[in-house]
Ligand binder design. Structure first.
Ligand code: MCN
Ligand code: CUM
Length: 786
């Protein structure tokens, strides 16, 4: 008889283990960048441009220097003298660190002051006198490409206009043929507005250059410490082994903490010049107006349809607004992220996508806010178009989806834009969702309500999305391949420490990675410490974004545990005095096949690794694994919302939200549900209230929490969550990513529901957010509203 451990009891795969990091978070003991105080530390503040586009004619810093306690005033010219006025971005562009020639967006960094405390630094920023000569301002793609538009990036050679790139994918001629055969062509124009991830903790850094050792340590808010280390080595021309990046606890990231920001670079230079630690903590307005936003993209979609509901082909034309610098982090092969993952869950024979990216006088970014590299936009367009197409055909929207889904036995399936989806049960997920919401009953209720002048609507959004870049053949950032890593050390008493190249910002890696080790080795999860974010100790990895941690670093955790188990097996054979071939494994224990009671635990193997190894065996029980996934993982989500729209005011209330997520095997179901609830809340926020816009002068509207709204518990609807499990065929434990699914798929469910409720108006689209005045205008004026 064997003594297999109960996996749930030891906190292994499938255990809804409480989050270990919450022990310190709920006690106020988290250690964020701003909590770190170093001896002799100075404080830096940034002076930002009030104008969106202007030539700088002079900067007078003399008054700032006179303020007692000011230690350094940095301007673009001083940066330029050190070749640091411009820095490379993660998308092969350049970005101003401190402006020299022009300012190109409101909020751009113009100067920095370092002082004894942050208040002195802030006052001194206000004592700097900058003279600007205003230039015409561009705030959208149409203006950017208009005849005679001023060239924003006149700093660049070979940049005669404001076009960053044009990128196309698919089969143009084949798509044209499909459209020629269509019974119906459905079209839709949409704008996915600029939004902001707005993590509660803003960005910040503490640079600490120690002249005596030549070592630079930077504590900073980054989701990708190793990429930052490489970037600092290149920008500051420092040797990489003399740079240590530490990303401590993060108060949310949501993609906002991937790019390299001028504040980081300026604090590093200040520390090198002053030989003192220099802390920079961004304020909320600075964060909202200058750091990585999400979306800001216009789409025209066209769908070729057969009368029986079959989609024959799709065209997409998109204009993306990247702001003044093309700075987002995304796989270098794909200029507009993974936008071309649209329609991956549908069996569409042929498709063509053309994207044009432009510079405008707005903050740089575009890849952030739980977007999976712009898959948010892809799936929003997809599901809004699918609903419009079903309406045009007069077909039931659920039936239209089902008719076009890739079927369970059609995997692997090559999408028309080149992805390979490998698994899923799309029809089943939709069925679970429809059943849960009571679809047919709701349609009846809706018709009844309509007779009484009440407007009820139901919105469905179904999607599969690519999570887990790379594989290294196709995915790199600045040429660095997108694999990831894990290092596991089992100590003599059988406790362990695990480090990965990922970096949690709130997702719970300290809890879930230990569960994977528990699953592979049978060591209780509570005996495993998980550490991330310190480049001096963590193995090289590309960090956490695009929900890549479980698919890539999580897979590396499995693989490194398996390597450790392979060595433990040899130790077990030695201890049990049999040959390795005679050994069997069950959770946490090796035993002799012919005598199952005769066994040793993994902990006994650990002791032996340090005290009783066989002749010739290297001591110790540790290893490292680098994992390069063969494919992305393809989770599926089905989100269904029901709403009631008030015809008198345009206000809409959510009645119910049902979410069915298939992210393969769930490591920690409670954490997965938390991710989905958070994601749905962000989806609801974007559909209902959240956007950043600009006036004609490029002034940012949405620069504070009075204008940029975060939903509170009061208005956030409740969610009903359901699960389907289709394991990833290639991930070592069958898990797929999930961190962004609900934010990606959710918005279309809310918007489709409102559009369904007001269908009688004939209005095809209202752009997000669906503010009451926009809905009211649609109800009264009956034309498209944005
Ligand atoms: N998980 C699981 N089983 C699965 C899949 C995931 O138990 N089958 C768990 C993971 O172990 C992990 C969490 O769910 O603890 C999220 O895993 P994953 O989908 O791999 O996503 P990442 O860890 O890579 O997180 C990134 C993703 C992104 S890109 C954004 S943006 C986002 C998001 O996570 N930012 C967040 N969720 C966030 N949640 C919080 N609290 N804070 C953020 O900044
Ligand atoms: Cu696009 S936001 Mo997340 O990938 O860090």
């Amino acid at each position: 008889m064997t003594q297999a451990r109960d996996e749930i009891k030891i906190g292994g795969l499938g255990a809804s283990r409480k989050r270990v990091e919450d022990n310190r978070f709920v006690r106020g003991k988290g250690r964020y960048v701003d909590d770190i105080v170093l001896p002799g530390m100075l404080h830096m503040e940034i002076l930002r441009s009030p104008l969106a586009h202007a030539r700088i004619t002079s900067i007078d810093v003399s008054k700032a220097w006179q303020i007692p306690g000011v230690r350094l005033v940095l301007t673009g010219d001083m940066m330029a003298a050190r070749n640091l006025a411009w820095m490379p971005t993660l998308s092969y562009d350049t970005q101003a660190v401190l402006a020299t020639d022009k300012v190109r967006f409101q909020g751009q960094e113009v100067a920095c002051v370092v002082a004894d405390d942050p208040y002195i630094a802030k006052d001194a920023c206000e004592a700097i006198v900058v003279e600007y000569e205003p230039l015409p301002v561009i705030v959208n793609p149409a203006q950017a490409v208009a005849e005679g538009a001023p060239v924003i990036r006149d700093d660049k050679e070979n940049q005669p206009d404001n076009v960053v790139f044009t990128w196309e994918v698919g089969d143009k001629a084949g798509t044209d043929r499909a459209f020629a055969q269509a019974d119906v062509v459905s079209t839709l124009d949409l704008h996915y507005p600029r939004s902001h991830p707005s993590p509660l903790e803003c960005c910040g850094s503490i640079a600490d250059f120690d002249r005596s050792t030549s070592k630079l340590t930077v504590y900073m808010t980054t989701q990708a410490p190793h990429i930052i280390r490489a970037a600092v080595a290149l920008v500051a021309e420092l040797p990489e082994h003399m740079i240590r990046i530490v990303s401590p606890d993060l108060g949310g990231g949501f993609g906002n903490k991937v790019p390299v920001y001028p504040g980081y670079v300026a604090s590093i230079l200040a520390s090198i010049l002053l030989e003192r630690p220099v802390k920079w903590i961004e304020d909320k307005t600075g964060n909202l107006i200058s750091t990585g936003f999400g979306r800001d993209i216009y789409l025209r979609g066209e769908m070729a349809l057969r009368n029986d509901g079959k989609i024959l082909g799709v065209r997409m034309y998109t204009d993306s607004d990247h702001g003044a610098f093309f700075s987002d982090a995304q796989p270098s092969k794909f200029k507009i992220g993974l936008l071309h993952s649209a329609f991956s869950c549908y069996d569409i024979p042929v498709a063509h996508l053309v994207n044009r990216g432009v510079y405008t006088n707005k903050a740089p970014g575009g890849v952030a806010y739980r977007c999976s590299f712009r898959v948010t936009e892809a799936m929003y367009f997809q599901e809004r178009m699918v609903q419009a197409a079903a309406d045009d055909l007069g077909m039931d929207q659920a039936e239209f989806r089902r008719r076009n889904f890739v079927r369970d036995d059609d995997f692997p399936h090559r999408t028309p834009w080149g992805f390979l989806t490998d698994s899923g049960q799309y029809g089943k997920c939709l069925d679970v969702g429809l059943e849960a919401i009571g679809y047919q009953d709701f349609l009846t209720e809706k018709e009844e309500a309509r007779k009484q002048g009440r407007l009820l609507g139901i919105g469905i959004s179904t999607m599969t999305e690519p999570l887990g870049a790379g594989n290294s053949r196709e995915y790199d950032i600045l040429g660095i391949k997108m694999f990831d890593s894990a290092e596991l050390r089992v100590h003599i008493t059988g406790k362990a420490i695990l480090r990965t190249g990922a970096k949690s910002q709130g997702q719970g890696h300290e809890t879930t990675w230990a569960q994977i080790v528990a699953h592979e080795l049978g060591i209780p999860a509570e005996d495993i410490t998980v550490e991330e974010g310190d480049t001096d100790t963590a193995p090289f990895g590309m960090g956490t974004y695009a929900s890549r941690s479980t698919p890539v670093a999580g897979a590396a955790v499995s693989m490194v545990a398996r390597k450790v188990r392979a060595k433990a097996r040899k130790l077990a054979a030695h201890l049990l005095e049999v040959s390795e071939e005679d050994i069997e494994w069950e959770l946490g224990r090796f035993y002799v096949r012919s005598a199952p009671d005769h066994g040793v635990t993994i902990q006994e193997c650990a002791i032996a690794a340090y005290s009783n190894m066989p002749d010739g065996m290297e001591p110790g029980l540790e290893n490292v694994a680098y994992y390069d996934p063969p494919n992305l993982t393809w989770p599926f989500g089905c989100y269904i919302a029901t709403v009631e729209v008030d015809p008198q005011t345009g206000v809409w209330d959510v009645l119910r939200v049902v979410a069915v997520d298939d992210c393969g095997v769930r490591i920690n179901p409670m954490i997965v549900e938390g991710q989905i609830m958070g994601g749905l809340t962000e989806a609801y926020a974007m559909a209902n209230m959240q956007f950043i816009t600009f006036d004609a002068q490029g002034n940012c509207v949405g620069s504070n929490y009075m204008d940029y709204l975060l939903p509170t518990a009061w208005e956030t609807p409740g969610y009903e969550l359901h699960e389907v499990v289709t394991p990833s065929p290639h991930h070592p434990i069958g898990a797929k990513g999930v961190g962004e699914c609900a934010t990606v798929g959710g918005p279309a469910a809310f918007v489709n529901a409102v559009m369904d409720a007001i269908r009688d108006t004939g209005v095809r689209n209202i752009d997000m957010p669906l503010l009451p005045d926009r809905v009211y205008e649609a109800l009264t004026k009956r034309h498209d509203v944005s």
